[in-house]
Design a protein around this ligand. Structure first.
Ligand SMILES: Nc1ncnc2c1ncn2[C@@H]1O[C@H](COP(=O)(O)OP(=O)(O)OP(=O)(O)O)[C@@H](O)[C@H]1O
Ligand SMILES: [Mg+2]
Length: 263
């Protein structure tokens, strides 16, 4: 036997001895110890989870929450009994949940339409969470506020707008919250309309696959406005790319009451 082989042999013996000592010392059940493959696999899963979390944190920089307050929701929090018409509220939750299951294999846009405080944003967040992908939340009112005439020429805001736009195009799941608010509320001198239109047009194009004639990445849109109102506010090209036409991808909060503040 060569010197190298001897050293390896000794090393192997020492390792086996140490292993036996540890098993005895800690009274380990050898059968239940993970194999090397299992440990490697778990290490790989942990590393991927960590990477995903870091990526989500990077995207999160560009979230625009209403009044800068992060909001979260998942299906376990949906309480149909908060509504007088609890049957309908249960159906709405079920429709959203079944869509989220479908969307694990299919890329779809979903529209949530109805009166204020009825749970549209909550169910949009619940679907996004269920998809387990990178998510960006954009409050249309907050986005419009970045076009404030006093602000929009500052280099910081210009850069922020570029970053938000890139994130809106590239993110797996985009929530556009309260589309239409910026058109119906009177934002003082923001002059948002044209600039917002252009931005939304670039975003809508960036998220659409023209070759396959279908959406490339999921967009969840909440609004208080009818299709007609949205079409009057926005160029129909934008609406055509973003708003789903199929009833199964439209969640209408009919007969639902405003339950904000009733938690
Ligand atoms: N069925 C429900 N179960 C539990 N919480 C609910 C339900 N419906 C609404 N809420 C809560 O009520 C509040 C308002 O809901 P949400 O923000 O989703 O309404 P919205 O339809 O998006 O309103 P708006 O049009 O004003 O943006 C939130 O705190 C939300 O979590
Ligand atoms: Mg909302």
């Amino acid at each position: 036997m060569t010197l190298g082989a001897n050293i390896m042999n000794d090393f192997g013996n020492t390792l086996s001895r140490k292993r036996a000592e540890l098993i005895k010392k800690y009274e380990l059940d050898v059968e239940s110890l993970p194999t090397k493959e299992e440990i490697d696999n778990q290490t790989r899963i942990n590393a991927l989870d960590k990477l995903k979390q870091q990526k989500q944190e990077a995207w999160s920089t560009w979230n625009l929450y209403p009044a800068h307050q992060k909001i979260q929701f998942d299906f376990s929090k949906w309480k149909p009994d908060m509504q007088e018409d609890s049957e309908n509220a249960r159906e709405l939750g079920k429709k959203a949940y079944l869509l989220s299951k479908r969307m694990k294999n299919e890329t779809l846009n979903v529209l949530f339409v109805g009166a204020p405080g009825t749970g549209k944003t909550s169910l949009a967040l619940a679907i996004a969470k269920e998809l387990d992908k990178h998510i960006l939340f954009i409050s249309t009112a907050e986005l419009a506020a970045l076009f404030d005439t006093d602000l929009r020429n500052s280099p910081d805001i210009k850069q922020k707008l570029r970053n938000v736009e890139n994130a809106m195009i590239g993110i797996d799941v985009l929530i556009i919250d309260d589309l239409g608010t910026e058109g119906s509320m009177r934002f003082k001198n923001f002059g948002v309309t044209e600039k917002m239109q252009h931005l939304m047009y670039r975003v809508a194009n960036g998220r659409f696959n023209f070759e396959k004639n279908k959406v490339a990445r999921t967009t969840l849109i909440t609004t208080n406005n009818t299709d007609e109102e949205l079409n009057n506010m926005y160029d129909p090209k934008i609406i055509s790319r973003l708003i789903p036409k199929k009833q199964e991808q439209r969640i209408a909060f009919n007969n639902m009451k405003d339950v904000r503040g009733m938690g």
